[in-house]
Design a protein around this ligand. Structure first.
Ligand SMILES: *[C@@H]1O[C@H](CO)[C@@H](O)[C@H](O)[C@H]1NC(C)=O
Ligand SMILES: *[C@@H]1O[C@H](CO)[C@@H](O)[C@H](O)[C@H]1NC(C)=O
Ligand SMILES: *[C@@H]1O[C@H](CO)[C@@H](O)[C@H](O)[C@H]1NC(C)=O
Length: 438
């Protein structure tokens, strides 16, 4: 055996060398072809224009092609960063590259699902951060990648759970998943070599695995509800407070809102009363004693007189005009002095129920926004209204005309009004046109 070996070696060496060199050439060609296949699947790949098939990608450790990582004349990785690349990541085309260990496609424009990266079983580093990859990553996406040390998927749009297979990678040292939409719980990472993990700005919940308890708390910030070291303990009162704090804020917010709404309601109610009270609604006991009548009412009456005098109509305009004569007469002062009860108020004015003379009940409607109606026109309308007779209609009894304000006086009907007859007793109070039934 010892004697044969050298002879055999001497005989076969040239053939072996030839075969070897052919293999190297073939190998180089395969590498180039593999890379060209990878490039073909990409879009907007003009940044890779210097890839030239007549030149070897690598001169030992020196790359001839842009973005190629070379080691001892082999292709060790691709670093195609910030090149505006998009299109398909053809993992299959990289499988023939037997020394391929690292792939970086960071800061490009890639979209779509996570590529089938575990076809590159010897990969040590995967950098896909700052693209627009999206969707759920299958739980077994990293299955069998026993050499993988670095996984950078930050700032994409990945969703769903963090893939379980990441937590079983035996060599994992650095994991960056921040700025995605990962949700659910963090899988139970147990790797001892894990040095950096960043899971910030996702939608993760639940306890942080013990193996990650020494990480920087910032690596867990901006999630939905993570707990345990390095954050608050999951049953710490601080965390409860923190959670309650949010609830408390909401409750306080709601209470504040209610208080503000109540304040607005009270203010509106007061404003409303202020506008309408001085008119006819008055305390009957006050109305008996003119000395005690509210100043606003006095002002009201004076206004009437001033208006009457200035309009040159003498005291005639101070009088009510009656459109019916089958009714007990009363004068304006009597009406103004009468105890009154607000029936409703609306867009055009307010209605009151008042009792005059021998307790005759009347509905008085006060219109304030009919300033454009001329005196004659108004008289004419009132006369026509006075002639209307219908069982379902309140009959006009009298009216009062002043340019700024008109009063219409109806007889009061106990069991309803036109509105309640027409609308089946649903009050039209708010419309202020027809008095509410008493
Ligand atoms: C590829 O390289 C060869 C040899 O260096 C050169 O002649 C040729 O112009 C190159 N082609 C491109 C497209 O750069
Ligand atoms: C690369 O070649 C050098 C010698 O030139 C050797 O020491 C080293 O182990 C080789 N590396 C690999 C990864 O093959
Ligand atoms: C194409 O790539 C260039 C850089 O090479 C980049 O500026 C551009 O935004 C990219 N276009 C698209 C559509 O991604």
């Amino acid at each position: 055996m010892g004697a044969h070996a050298p002879r055999l070696a001497r005989k076969t060496t040239p053939i072996l060398l030839l075969a070897l060199s052919l293999a190297v050439v073939a190998f180089g060609a395969t590498d180039s072809a593999a890379l060209f296949n990878f490039k073909e699947a990409l879009q907007n790949n003009s940044a890779l224009d210097n890839w030239n098939s007549s030149v070897n990608p690598c001169d030992w450790n020196r790359p001839n092609w842009v973005g190629i990582l070379c080691l001892n004349g082999t292709i060790w990785g691709l670093k195609l960063e910030g090149m505006g690349l998009t299109g398909i990541i053809d993992i299959d085309s990289l499988v023939p590259l037997s020394h391929f260990r690292t792939l970086s496609l960071m800061n490009n424009q890639f979209v779509g699902p996570f590529p089938h990266i575990n076809k590159l079983g010897k990969l040590k580093a995967l950098y896909l951060s700052n693209n627009r990859f999206s969707g759920q990553i299958p739980d077994d996406a990293f299955q069998g990648m026993r050499s993988l040390k670095r996984v950078f998927l930050a700032n994409n749009e990945f969703s769903g759970n963090i893939p379980l297979s990441l937590s079983t990678l035996p060599r994992l040292m650095e994991l960056r998943l921040e700025g995605n939409q990962f949700q659910g719980r963090i899988p139970d990472f147990r790797q001892k070599n894990l040095k950096t993990v960043n899971l910030a700005s996702n939608f993760l919940v639940g306890p942080i695995p013990e193996a990650l308890s020494k990480m920087n708390p910032d690596s867990f910030s901006g999630n939905k509800d993570l707990c345990g070291p390095p954050l608050y303990s999951c049953n710490s009162p601080l965390r409860a407070l923190n959670k309650k704090g949010n609830t408390l804020k909401i409750i306080i917010g709601v209470i504040l809102l209610l208080i503000i709404l109540a304040a607005i309601a009270v203010a509106l109610a007061m404003f409303h009363r202020k506008r309408h009270r001085p008119e006819l609604e008055r305390n009957p006991s006050l109305s008996m004693n003119s000395n005690k009548i509210a100043p606003s009412y006095v002002a009201d009456q004076q206004q009437c007189q001033v208006a009457a005098e200035s309009s040159g109509q003498s005291r005639r305009s101070d009088k009510l005009s009656f459109v019916r004569d089958d009714i007990e007469k009363f004068d304006l002062n009597e009406l103004l002095r009468a105890s009154a009860e607000v029936l409703g108020s609306g867009t055009f004015g307010s209605s009151y129920k008042a009792a005059v003379g021998s307790g005759q009940a009347l509905v008085v409607k006060r219109y304030r926004h009919m300033n454009n109606v001329g005196r004659e026109e108004f008289h004419e309308h009132m006369r026509r209204l006075g002639r209307l007779k219908h069982p379902n209609l309140l009959r006009l009894t009298a009216y009062y005309y002043r340019r700024e304000e008109k009063l219409l006086v109806y007889e009061f009907v106990e069991n309803g009004s036109l509105a309640s007859h027409i609308h089946g007793n649903r009050s039209l109070e708010g419309k202020g046109l027809i008095g509410k039934p008493g």
